[in-house]
Write a protein that binds this ligand. Sequence first.
Ligand code: GDP
Length: 300
Amino acid sequence: MISFIKKTISGLSKTSSRISNIFSGLSGKSHLEQSELDMLEEALLSADLGWELTENIIESLKSPNKKEISLTERFSNTILEYLQGIAEKKALKKVIVLVGINGAGKTTSAAKLGGYYSKSGETVSFVAADTYRAAAVEQISIWSKKLNLHLTANEYSADPAAVTYDGVSSGISKSHDRIIVDTSGRIHNSPNLMKELEKIYKVIQKLTEEVDVLMTIDANTGQNGIQQAREFLRYIPLSGVILTKMDGTARGGIAVPIMKELDLPVYFMGVGEQVDDWIPFVMEDYINALIQTDKEVISG
Ligand code: GDP
């Protein structure tokens, strides 16, 4: 598990650099001076943690410390309190459908998810239901060969629901533990495409009730990602979120507003383009990573 903690810290380093710098200069202090609070406020806002939470954190660090609780502990407690009562992560079901807008990182995440489950001993198959983009089918077929995992694709079918039906029923008949469906990117304001997604979901439901849908959101899109998910929710139920490209953004704090505003858990984070650049989301690790640097973990 330590490797996931380290990966979380290095994956979030662009987001955390300013926040952790401020915290590293505060050890031994019981509360923050106004100039430090101003600096921290700016850092939290630019990390995309949102106004409401930023204000809560500032309030909590402003008051003198009565109970000898460290500043970092107060920081974590405030985030945990803010997220209290939101939907909790459940064990994901057999069929996992990845949805999201074009370029969010669905196909890459499908491969990473397959690699992750396969490494933990499960039998996994992919379904290439992104029939609009030949490159996507090719991309997932390359990954499936690399990972030595089964793939259902049909280059002659333009009907993603039909490919999904074939792939999911094939995975079920082969008793695969996990069937991962890569769908094509939707423009969330295109009703026809969204209706098609609804059809894909219904087709799977005819085969099994064991289905979860994960919304893939590019962390760089910030608040827009929340809006995208809301549009998808008008057509299909979402079980949770995959946040991609956390490695390339200084705005990885968006995970918190996403969970709060959508009332959905984040299940995984993508932190690079390779199949192992993948982290199961653990709240405590995520919060620690916001205030810790790589150096501290290596020396600690
Ligand atoms: P899709 O259109 O949603 O299927 O998106 P793709 O999976 O094709 O990804 C779009 C681009 O983002 C590709 O160049 C991927 O290599 C890249 N990408 C996906 N996930 C990550 C990530 O976590 N980090 C980085 N740096 N790049 C990523």
